[in-house]
Design a protein around this ligand. Structure first.
Ligand SMILES: Cc1cc2nc3c(=O)[nH]c(=O)nc-3n(C[C@H](O)[C@H](O)[C@H](O)COP(=O)(O)OP(=O)(O)OC[C@H]3O[C@@H](n4cnc5c(N)ncnc54)[C@H](O)[C@@H]3O)c2cc1C
Length: 452
């Protein structure tokens, strides 16, 4: 019997514990978590009488990882799909529906954009000509903006791709790696030099089932179910300070110095955000720590706001994206009561997102100030009358890693350096994608790496 210690109880840590237990039920698994609850960015609160997600709010349903895990812990009956996913982009105060058929905002067919007032005729002409005169193919990694601006123009990058990347990564198109943040498009670009043709070759076929899903009582219920099904011992309020190598495994030092607790482990999985993983790895695997420590982190806050209904001016659709050029505080608004069947009601429930990488000053206000300022902006954007009758704020300092140019090489460096240490592995949002399904995949890779 081995003793496996997992550091961090976000989705990556809990999926690691679950999967290790499933494959090796005889082993003992302990999860060490600094906070006083499990789940990390899976965080559901009771808001205006609803279970409301203040971290991740949904999972991709077009890849199997999250839904399969939900099924494995018996929560399939709680899966809910959005009533609508049609969002709009706000430019000069006007709402422009996001054209369908794009790959993270990258157009596959100019005809899909015709009629959208987002784009000038010159921009449409340029895109129409792109397949016949494509730029050089994608070889070395480049930024999304750096590669796409000369090929599809600034309007597409600034008005469509930027707000979508801002939603997923809280990051900027001119810094994020095209290979790491748009892997499907990058794959298409290996076969096709034309951006539009590459996007057409990888875009999802229409009508292929729901793209997103969530759980009726919030995604934190997945974290709780994983705790139950993993058979792991969970130690909350336990911050890991250091990992030392011993003859037979690892000695994990946790709790306050000098009265630290020492835990002996045969194997250890580090499933914490990049800066925390860098700190833990530095004395042991300096090369991995170095690669992790250069990953920038974006901070953000999620605000939930509730207005009494009915609100006749409320737009249809799932919400709005506000490009950085608009200069507002709020970068995205989800109209939860439009989007999710289980949150529909007479009241209007809104999830507003504030903060992109490098814009930390936007968050340097009290919760009350943030709620007041965002409430005013959201009311204007959604033509809501009155003030919100309830509001809540969750801050995510350093919440999202930025997959900047060269990210895939950094991840390869971390994994190969850590692989030199038998019984040690890493998992989490820093590696294979920030979304919940990608974190689950990274957990399974960590279990593979520990071996049997
Ligand atoms: C606001 C926001 C909205 C998002 N929305 C979505 C979405 O809708 N869909 C989606 O798929 N993804 C979404 N994401 C991304 C996704 O939620 C996260 O990338 C993912 O949940 C991260 O999981 P993780 O296990 O890697 O890390 P975390 O959830 O960050 O968990 C790491 C855990 O490690 C603990 N920890 C840290 N250091 C130590 C230490 N030294 N000792 C012990 N414990 C430690 C932390 O307390 C934390 O609980 C969102 C992210 C944010 C921030």
């Amino acid at each position: 019997m081995r003793h496996v210690v997992v550091i961090g109880s976000g989705i990556a840590g809990l999926a690691t514990a679950f999967e290790h237990h499933r494959r090796h039920p005889g082993d003992r698994v302990t999860v060490l978590e600094a906070a006083d609850r499990v789940g990390g960015k899976l965080h559901t609160i009771d808001f205006a009488g609803h279970c409301y997600d203040m971290g991740a709010e949904m999972v991709l349903a077009v890849v199997p990882d999250a839904l399969d895990l939900i099924d494995a812990v018996g929560l399939s009956a709680d899966i809910v799909h959005p009533c609508t996913t049609s969002a709009s982009i706000v430019v000069n105060g006007r709402h422009h529906p996001i054209p369908i058929g794009t790959v993270l905002g990258v157009p596959a067919d100019v005809d899909d954009l015709v009629g959208s007032e987002l784009f000038s005729p010159a921009s449409l002409d340029r895109m129409r000509a792109e397949p016949d005169a494509p730029g050089p193919g994608l070889t070395d990694d480049e930024s999304v903006g750096g590669f796409l601006r000369p090929r599809v123009g600034d309007e597409v990058v600034d008005l469509m791709i930027e707000p979508l990347l801002g939603g997923v990564y809280a990051g900027r198109a001119d810094a994020l790696s095209i290979k790491a943040t748009m892997p499907a498009l990058a794959e298409g670009l290996r076969r096709e030099h034309s951006v539009l043709r590459a996007a057409a070759s990888v875009r999802r076929k229409p009508g292929a089932g729901p793209v997103f899903a969530t759980l009726r009582e919030g995604l934190a219920t997945l974290a709780q179910a994983l705790v139950e099904f993993s058979g792991a011992e969970i130690r909350l309020g336990t911050t890991v300070r250091a990992i030392r190598r011993t003859a037979g495994g690892y000695l994990i030092e946790c709790g306050p110095f000098p009265a630290a607790t020492l835990i002996q482990a045969d194997a250890v999985v580090i499933a914490v955000p990049a800066p925390n993983a860098a700190r833990l790895l530095r004395p042991l695997v300096a090369q991995a720590a170095e690669a992790l420590s250069v990953i920038p982190m974006a901070s953000m806050a999620i605000l939930s706001l509730a207005w009494t209904g009915p609100q006749p001016g409320l737009p249809e659709g799932s919400g709005l994206l506000v490009p950085p050029t608009a200069g507002g505080l709020v970068k995205a608004v989800t109209i939860s009561s439009n989007k999710w069947p289980h949150l529909a009601g007479p009241e209007v429930l809104v999830r507003a997102s504030v903060g992109r990488v490098g814009e930390e000053q936007a968050l340097q206000r009290s919760d009350a100030e943030l709620l007041a300022a965002a409430g005013k902006e959201v009311a204007q954007l959604l033509t809501l009358s009155g003030t919100p009758y309830a509001g809540a704020v969750t801050r995510w300092g350093g919440g999202l890693p930025q997959y900047t140019v060269g990210h895939l090489d950094r991840v390869a460096t971390v994994r190969s350096a850590v692989a030199e240490f038998p019984g040690m592995a890493v998992a989490g949002a820093a590696y294979d994608g920030v979304g919940v399904p990608a974190c689950i995949r990274s957990a399974y890779a960590a279990v593979d790496a520990l071996g049997s």
